[in-house]
Ligand binder design. Sequence first.
Ligand code: SF4
Length: 76
Amino acid sequence: MVIITLQRDKCIGCNYCYEFAPEYFRMSKKDGKSVLLKSNNRKGFHTLKTPNTDAIEPCEKAADACPVNIISVKVT
Ligand code: SF4
């Protein structure tokens, strides 16, 4: 299982995650912050669990590029 987490409140809206992983992230037109698609919000941590291992590479690139380090990718 691939577990992707976004601590959305701290997003500075730089757009990198969307550039590296457009299938998983969008930029909100409302507040300019990143949205992790199909995620569940629990106390500000937006989490997507997926069995799709294709998510690992683009989401790890997004996590590496994020200047405020609020994206994590775990594989269990
Ligand atoms: S890379 Fe990080 S700071 Fe930039 S838009 Fe994505 S989550 Fe926000």
